[in-house]
Design a binder for this molecule. Structure first.
Ligand code: ATP
Ligand code: MG
Length: 728
């Protein structure tokens, strides 16, 4: 029996002819250019097995490089699952960064250069020493007079990474566009700062790549050492590899030329971070003896999904023309659901996931990390476990969240001038900086509210007395109010929304983002009774988010950005927030209208990556309005609708009140009065259990595995519970 037949039996994957040829290609360069789900990663894993088993190549002589930690882990997991017998002696799957770091570390050691890393976990420790973001914030302030808002800071960091990854020499800097004022100056100063710091050379993650590349050029002995470390190098997802990363890999394989590259230009989604898909076009020139192979048969998805995705991606002009096809049977049409309003989306998606069973096989994908907050909140309230690949807890420390909490704090104790100081410019009391300073200098009077003290001791303008009295009233009105009512008062009567408008104009914040944060806070606040519960809920969710980044539990729904879902597959996929302004983003559209289609095409690829993650079912979610404004369905969803004319569309009337109920479980308990201590219930996810405690909306249900605290309301609304079948 040959290797591939044995693998078909043992690993359960019978490679097709093309895949076998690619997997058994041993010497010289190969480029495998293939469609999603065509078995690129599978073929790469089997090639490793082929090298080890048939060619008796020691694992240590094989280098499989990935471009993120997550995909290195995914690859490792897939290898052990596919080839358990080889798992123990598998080669290590590592990121290009860790390889680069190894090279730089050795280079610095040889040259006696002392250095410090200023990014990532070790760089972020608050040990008083500067780290990347502190340095950049400070340099930005020096150049522009004020600290940068978060999105500027992100843009600046992206720009710096872009310049480094594209190996752009200083004289060509002016040709790189960046919306951040004085970006070029800041970049130059940043480079200077890192090279002249007191405690040795400072390096960030991008520097690891450029330094490694430079070290390999500068030190022939180092180059020779690393060149002789591996006989076979391979890279997956190479469409997203940057120039400097290609340079490093190319240098390492220059002697033997055993470079095996897997890519799909249609899934290139990191152009903004300097991916270099053009490298694939030049592969044959660089390696004239290279074998280039195409794989177009998709083994992952139903023919319904494959067919629409294949025709969808042809809207892009800049691509290798490929034709994805499949031998898989057809399946459910791609569902397109347009909800009346954004606020129904999270509940709807989760209701649907539960209704369809096996949440562990489902994934909810989104473009922006901020979409995950409400999904997580709703999942958590429904007691459904979730796994978040790339959770971003920055939401919880955003200044808007801080502001709202400070407003709430002031209602508990309106004598605290220190809290007032944090928000005095953000509501309609017109308190100037100077007045605030004067107030802070007054001796604290334990009985007087800050408002009384202002009126009594500080010279005010004519109109201010009335305004301050109104604010004091509003703060009083918030005392003891449920958090949702409090947030409404903050935004309305206290004038926080107006303050937000102004800071958008002045500081260039994106209003959409800030209003989105406020509405997420309202959604979180909605079922809660007190502001303490609200503050505690935020802390709790933040903790849950950090926690959920670990390993995936069985039965947990996956939440992920579209970017991080690359390479993965799920039985059912829901893509949310599919409106114009998100996917494509307002920026993508603006550039496209000016004739620059690059970003629009990248957005289409991102959507394509999302669609092609689904094996069996794909649902596209959108809505007609958000924050009281009408929004438009994403043009990509329109494309899908055109390509699949028979698509059943759950069109929901605009202005409809309740979220649509999805194929409700007829046995579900819909009457909260039936949820009493002692009731035996069956949960859609956790199975049979007994209610052992009820407390307001919360109830503790003991399931076989563990006891869960669930919200009675949510369980009823979503039909999560049914009476347990009697034993006979
Ligand atoms: P992506 O572009 O999304 O990274 P890919 O090209 O790497 O996809 P894989 O993830 O390797 O594709 O494979 C997709 C699915 O198809 C997997 O479930 C895999 O097991 C299956 N598969 C691959 N090749 C075959 C085959 N020859 N026969 C049956 N199933 C296959
Ligand atoms: Mg893959």
């Amino acid at each position: 029996m040959n290797f591939f037949e044995r693998m078909a039996r043992e690993a359960g994957v019978a490679l097709n002819e093309q895949q076998r040829r690619a997997a058994s290609h041993i010497d010289g360069p190969l480029l495998l250019l293939a469609s999603p789900g065509s078995g690129k990663t599978t073929t790469m894993l089997l090639r490793i097995a082929y090298l080890m088993e048939v060619k008796k190549v020691p694992a240590a002589r094989i280098k499989a490089v990935t471009f993120s930690k997550a995909s290195a882990e995914d690859m490792k997991a897939r290898f052990s699952k596919l080839l358990p017998a080889l798992a123990a002696g598998a080669p290590d799957f590592s990121t290009i960064h860790s390889l680069a770091f190894e090279i730089v570390r050795e280079h610095f050691r040889r040259r006696g250069i002392s250095y410090r890393i200023i990014e990532g976990r070790s760089g972020e420790e608050d040990d008083g020493r500067p780290n990347k973001s502190k340095i950049l914030r400070e340099l930005y302030r020096r150049a522009n007079g004020d600290y940068p808002p978060d999105d500027r800071m992100e843009e600046l960091t992206r720009y710096i990474g872009f310049v480094k990854n594209k190996l752009i020499p200083p004289e060509r800097l002016p040709s790189v566009k960046c919306d951040v004022p004085k970006a070029e100056t800041i970049y130059r100063e940043y480079e200077h700062y890192k090279r002249t710091a007191e405690d040795g050379l400072l390096i960030d993650f991008d520097d690891m790549l450029t330094e490694a590349d430079a070290a390999l050029s500068a030190e022939p002995a180092l180059l020779a050492k690393y060149q002789s470390r591996f006989d076979y190098a391979m890279t997956d997802e190479s469409q997203d590899t940057s120039l400097v990363q290609h340079e490093i890999v190319e240098k390492l394989v220059r002697k033997h030329g055993n470079l095996w590259v897997v890519a799909d230009d249609d899934q290139s989604i990191y152009n903004w971070r300097a991916a270099e898909p053009e490298y694939l076009l030049g592969f044959k020139e660089k390696h004239p003896q290279a074998v280039v192979m195409l794989l177009e048969q998709n083994y992952r998805s139903t023919s319904t999904i494959v067919d629409v995705a294949n025709r969808f991606i042809k809207r892009n002009r800049e691509r290798y023309d490929k034709n994805m096809f499949t031998g898989n049977p057809s399946g459910d049409p791609i569902a397109i659901t347009v909800l009346p309003d954004y606020r129904y989306q999270a509940k709807y998606a989760i209701e649907k996931i539960v209704d369809e069973g096996e949440p562990g096989d489902a994934a909810i994908l989104y473009r922006n990390n901020s979409s995950s907050i409400l999904l997580m909140n709703a999942l958590e309230r429904a007691g459904i476990p979730f796994y978040m690949k790339d959770g971003d807890a920055r939401f919880f420390s955003h200044w808007v969240v801080e502001d709202v909490l400070n407003f709430m704090r002031l209602t508990y104790n309106d004598r605290r001038a220190d809290i007032l100081e944090k928000i005095h410019l953000k509501f309609g009391g017109y308190i100037s900086r100077k007045q605030m300073e004067q107030l802070l200098e007054l001796k604290e009077d334990p009985d007087d509210s800050v408002f009384d003290r202002l009126v009594k001791h500080i010279p005010l303008r004519d109109y201010q007395g009335k305004a301050l009295a109104a604010c004091q009233q509003a703060f009083r009105g918030m005392q003891g109010a449920p958090p949702l009512a409090a947030i409404r008062i903050i935004r309305g009567r206290l004038g926080y929304d107006k303050a937000i408008d102004k800071s958008c104009e002045r500081m260039g914040y994106r209003k959409e983002t800030l209003l989105g944060i406020l509405s997420a806070l309202e959604e979180i606040a909605e079922p809660l009774e007190t502001m303490e519960q609200f503050a505690a809920r935020l802390k709790f969710l933040e903790g849950r988010m950090r926690q959920s980044r670990g390993a995936k539990q069985d039965g947990a729904v996956t939440l992920s950005t579209l970017h991080s879902a690359k390479g993965l597959e799920f039985s059912r996929v829901y893509i949310v927030d599919l409106i114009e302004g998100v996917l494509p983003s307002a920026d993508d559209v603006r550039k496209w209208e000016k004739g620059d289609a690059g970003d629009m095409e990248e957005a289409a690829r991102l959507f394509y990556v999302g669609m092609t993650r689904a094996k069996r079912r794909l649902e596209l979610l959108s809505y007609a309005s958000k924050e009281g404004e009408p929004v438009r369905l994403s043009r990509f969803v329109d494309d899908v609708r055109r390509l699949q004319p028979a698509a059943p569309r759950l069109a929901v009337e605009e202005g409809a009140k309740a979220p649509p109920v999805v194929r409700a479980n007829p046995n579900a308990i819909r009457d909260p009065a039936r949820l009493v201590v002692g009731a035996k219930v069956r949960h859609a996810v956790f199975g049979d259990g007994e209610i052992i405690l009820t407390l307001g909306d919360s109830m503790d249900v003991r399931f076989r595995e563990e006891t869960k605290r669930l919200s009675a309301n949510i369980c009823v609304q979503m039909g999560l519970l049914e009476p347990m079948a009697s034993p006979e």
